[in-house]
Design a protein around this ligand. Structure first.
Ligand code: BG6
Length: 490
């Protein structure tokens, strides 16, 4: 495990500081960083929320949240005693100009430290909060603002948010979060591709048959059903997480790890994506919605039941076939799928290499296993697996069998995998924007997604039902079947 270098002293202000993200992710992430002595004395975490919550009650809420979100052995009373001293809650309605005094007073006299404003609120509030921070004189040279995803709900709203926030903050101080970029395994994709000479020469249309990216969840929409019904899987997962995975898989080698060098390469991939509009959606996209079923033997409700019986054509599953119009990837399809209430929580990038050009083993000719496959598992069981063909040992005939070189990160490094937010929060405090989305990436990705949504509307793309606990609608399997391929796993 890489060592922990303490960060500089900071004040971190969380708007939406008593909300779900703060309690489930941000405050536990900072508890871990504190436990590893990465937060120096004097660092403060100031949660803002509209509700009136007394100091004791807030501490109680955070303590309960830590206990339910950390493993049993990760919570200790000693660590809590230390961490809880850093926490404050200020009741504030950020849309009310007269309500900012509490925060202003709390920050006064602490101008010399790093100041982070984390906006864990609906994106519709980002502009107003940025303006409020500016009007109250809270922006200084040590400031950073963090925008939680989603930045808007389409290209126009993303542009408006970026413009408004950009009037108050310089681009270098704006950190747009996509928590997938903070996942160790996503980081490791860069190491795998660019710290090994083995793969890069093969990473192109000459050797790769196709690429698959799956981000599957077994959970349903649960308590977020109202929000999710306005969003759907395409906006919730594809516009951000899946696009980022696609970019890191497909981009050219950047000249350095400098934030702009990497982001420039990602932008080139986005620009080279073939649009999927009304003429293509039927052939290249699938929308699905889960119905009642069972996961791990437990009966679960369908999406409409979770919505309380309301009618909805919102998708909880999406599969796409993408093409990247450049020399490296010409004619190499990228298949993406993501959904809720699928068979299991499972995220993987699969690079399927081509078959051997000529086989001296006739029995291999018609089996998909004749080709090599590199699987980069993001979760669970993080690791890398390379499938190879091998001779089945023994005298007699010459039998072949697919085998795997299987690298499990847990077995190899034997360390706890930090949550993505732990790493991202530290990077924000350090002021390094490499793991965050630049304005143009977010806007371009939205423009591309808007094209699909408009295409679905124009072509009246149906929403296919799928039984919870499966890998999605039949149409998703057919998307690959048509090309003589199949999903891993299927
Ligand atoms: C979020 C989405 O960005 O990512 C959620 O809004 C989704 O709907 C979550 O469940 C998945 O993240 P992870 O890290 O659990 O794969």
């Amino acid at each position: 495990m890489a060592g922990f270098t303490p960060v500089d002293v900071f004040d971190l202000v969380i708007f939406g500081g008593a909300g779900d993200l703060a309690l489930r992710k941000l405050l536990p992430a900072l508890y871990h960083r504190d436990g590893d002595c990465q937060l120096p004395d004097g660092c403060r975490i100031i949660s803002l929320g509209r509700r009136d919550i007394a100091a004791d009650a807030f501490q109680g809420m955070v303590r309960e949240a830590l206990k339910s979100n950390l493993d049993a052995d990760e919570y200790t009373e000693d660590a809590w005693a230390c961490y809880s001293k850093r926490l404050q809650y200020i009741s504030t309605n950020a849309l009310e100009p007269s309500n900012w005094q509490g925060l202003t007073a709390a920050l006064q006299g602490h101008e010399d430290r790093i100041r982070v404003f984390y906006l864990a609120t609906a994106p519709g509030l980002f502009g107003a909060i940025a303006t409020g921070l500016s009007e109250n004189g809270l922006i200084n040279d040590n400031v950073r603002i963090v925008l939680e995803k989603p930045v808007g709900h389409d290209h126009a709203s993303a542009l408006e948010i970026n413009d408004r926030v950009g009037e108050c903050f310089s681009e270098n101080s704006i950190f747009r979060i996509d928590h997938y970029l903070g996942k160790e395994t996503v980081q490791n994709l860069l190491a795998l591709r660019f710290a090994n000479s083995l793969f890069e020469p093969l990473w192109n249309r000459g050797n790769i048959d196709h690429v698959q990216i799956t981000v599957a969840e077994d959970l349903g929409v649960g308590g977020r059903s109202e929000f999710y019904d306005q969003v759907g899987a395409l906006r919730d997962m594809v516009q951000n997480h899946m696009m980022q995975l696609l970019c890191l898989t497909a981009m050219e080698p950047p000249s350095s790890r400098d934030h702009n060098a990497v982001r420039d390469e990602k932008m080139k991939v986005l620009r080279a994506l073939k649009p999927i509009g009304a003429a293509e959606v039927k052939r290249n996209s699938v929308r699905g919605q889960y119905q009642a079923g069972a996961i791990d033997g437990q009966a679960v409700d369908g999406y409409l039941d979770e919505l309380g019986g309301k009618e909805s054509l919102n998708e909880t599953f999406v599969a796409l076939k993408l093409e990247i119009d450049n020399w490296r990837w010409s004619n190499v399809p990228f298949y993406l799928r993501t959904g809720k209430r699928l068979k299991q929580k499972y995220s993987e990038i699969v690079i399927q290499f081509q078959r051997v050009p000529h086989s001296i083993f006739p029995e291999l000719i018609d089996t998909g296993s004749a080709a090599n496959r590199l699987s980069i598992r993001l979760q669970p069981d993080e690791g890398v697996k390379l499938s190879l063909m091998s001779k089945d040992p023994g005298p007699g005939g010459f039998e072949l069998r697919p085998v795997s070189l299987d690298l499990s990160f847990e077995d190899t490094f034997g360390a706890r995998y930090p949550d993505a937010y732990e790493r991202l929060l530290v990077e924000v405090i350090r002021g390094d924007p490499a793991l965050f989305m630049r304005r143009d990436e977010v806007e371009f990705a939205w423009g591309w997604i808007d094209g699909i949504i408009a295409g679905w509307q124009q072509a009246q793309q149906p929403v296919e039902g799928y039984v919870a606990g499966t890998w999605g609608p039949t149409a998703s399997s057919l998307l690959l079947d048509r090309d003589g391929r199949s999903w891993f796993p299927s």
